[in-house]
Write a protein that binds this ligand. Structure first.
Ligand SMILES: *Cc1c(COP(=O)(O)O)cnc(C)c1O
Length: 501
């Protein structure tokens, strides 16, 4: 087993500074403090005199007593235990782990946004409402939709909302449709959202070229089908080139098309889902629009609709009222056909500020360039890695590319082993075993954030692992070797999680 760092050393993998970290309570020393406040200049109050009986502790809580620098070091060290986009390439396919520009954070921390209370009356939150309304307009323009709601807290909840609106639309028209068509390559949240809405899920097989064909939809689409949920580009990274014909078939038989917008990073400024026949879609602000995710903050999954569905939007709906003294923004609760409220307030609006900032700082040209670069980077990886790893659908891809472990079959090394060995090279592994239709899938999404040298280093690591699989499979199969823990029993971790120390 090799103790040496394998392959070329990526700049993001530091060894020798892998701190062990005790619990903060273990470092605690009585009387040590991390604050300094001036002397009280008002009379001290005993909480027991002010608060109702039973609401004040008899003994102080056992909290760690630490100095400021100890607290800072503790949390800074812990923060490096997780892989993060700020530490290195994070090629987790479908998740669009792009860099989150720090200007987004600056904007979200402005007092007027960060200090705005969710229950603040609209008259006192006009600036925030204006930002939300403008973000809705920008998302509508980017996607070709007519109206947008920012309420859903993630893509999955956006899907739920979108399918609820599809159901409300059919019910309103007195139609009983109980099925939803979903391609076999879809993300698991698609069938889950359909099933939560009481629909039977009908899988649609893709063609041997990896995309959906009109004939497959034609054979299944009838008046019992409420609609089709489509991801474009699909989870194989391929553009659904028959989407316009497919939309025609679905629409001509009374169905609607839901667009899973998780892969919008391939299309910005190039194609608009609304122009391709999508009636309702979600955006993942935390993917395409660079708001942090994966442990870095709450998500946000706005939903865009065409006018035919606008009457079903969740309430309250932000409205712009034009007046002589300027525009004002109101919260409209009077949507009689609304599917109702999806969020306690208006949504995870800190993400709206970040996404607004991202879109405005890049502008039209910048957004388009994001998608151009994301697509170029994925195709570069495809071109450089197709000798080392099997490519199930070998054609030009969009923003991500799917390989498989078929070339490694005789070595006994699998996709899981490759992913684990990549950790030794300093990379967060790509998405593995998804999409389900590819055996041993290795789904890589480099995003536009990476430099050419960064991509080259990543390619060299994957090539080195493919070579190593042939020469020394045992080392790959027992990876990772340079981590705090090596292979974990993931099944047991999922079934019997230890949630307490
Ligand atoms: C991420 C993703 C979703 C779900 O979005 P969340 O924001 O994680 O809930 C749905 N579909 C696809 C293709 C995705 O990649």
């Amino acid at each position: 087993m090799s103790a040496e760092r394998p392959g070329p050393a990526p700049e993001n993998a530091v060894r020798g500074l892998a701190y062990e970290e005790p619990l903060s309570i273990e470092r605690s020393r009585p009387g040590r403090i991390g604050w300094s406040l001036p002397e009280l200049d008002v009379p001290a109050v005993d909480p027991a005199d002010v608060w109702p009986e039973g609401s004040v502790r008899s003994e102080p809580a056992e909290l760690p007593e630490l100095s400021e620098v100890e607290v800072v070091r503790h949390f800074t060290r812990l923060s490096t235990w997780n892989a993060a986009v700020d530490l290195g390439l994070y090629p987790l396919g479908s998740c669009t782990m792009k860099y989150n520009p720090k200007i987004n954070e600056r904007a979200a921390r402005l007092d007027g946004f960060a200090g705005c209370h969710p229950m603040q009356p609209p008259s006192e939150a006009q600036g925030f409402l204006q930002l939300c309304w403008e973000l809705e307009q920008m998302l509508a323009e980017i996607s070709g939709m007519d109206r947008v709601t920012l309420q859903p807290a993630a893509g999955a909840q956006g899907e739920l909302a979108g399918v609820m609106m599809i159901r409300a639309y059919h019910e309103h028209r007195g139609e009983k449709r109980h099925k939803i068509l979903i391609p076999e390559s879809a993300h698991g949240t698609n069938p889950a959202s359909a099933a939560l809405n009481g629909y039977d899920v009908v899988p649609v097989p893709g063609g041997s070229d990896g995309v959906l064909h009109p004939e497959a939809v034609d054979a299944l689409m009838d008046e019992t089908v409420a609609g089709l949920m489509l991801t474009n580009p699909n989870t194989l990274g391929l553009f659904e080139e028959h989407i316009v014909a497919i939309a025609e078939i679905v629409h001509s038989r009374g169905g609607l098309i839901y667009g899973d917008g998780a892969n919008l990073n391939a299309l910005l400024g190039i194609a608009r889902p609304g122009d391709l026949g999508i009636d309702v879609m979600h955006f993942n602000l935390h993917k395409t629009f660079s708001t942090p995710h994966g442990g870095g903050g709450p998500g946000s999954g706005p939903v865009g609709v065409k006018n035919i569905l606008a009457t079903y939007l969740p309430t309250p709906v932000i409205q712009k009222v034009e007046g002589e003294e300027g525009d004002c923004f109101t919260l409209d609760h009077e949507f009689p056909h609304s599917i109702g409220r999806l969020h306690g307030n208006l949504g995870n609006l800190g993400m709206a500020v970040r996404a607004w900032t991202y879109i405005r700082s890049l502008g039209r040209e910048g957004l388009r360039r994001c998608s151009d670069m994301a697509v170029l980077n994925a195709n570069y990886l495809l071109a450089r890695l197709r000798e080392s790893y099997h490519v199930p659908f070998d054609r030009a891809v969009m923003h991500e590319v799917v390989f498989s472990d078929r070339n490694l079959a005789e070595t006994g090394v699998t996709t899981l082993d490759v992913a684990k060995r990549l950790i030794d090279h300093g990379y967060h592994p790509p998405t593995i075993y998804f999409p389900l239709i590819v055996h041993g899938a290795l789904m890589i999404e480099p995003t536009e954030s990476e430099s050419m040298e960064g991509l080259d280093r990543f390619v060299e690591s994957l090539e080195a692992i493919a070579r190593e699989a042939k020469e020394d499979p045992e080392t790959v199969k027992t990876a990772p070797h340079h981590t705090r823990h090596t292979r974990l029993d993931e099944t047991r971790a999922a079934r019997k999680p230890v949630l307490r120390w």
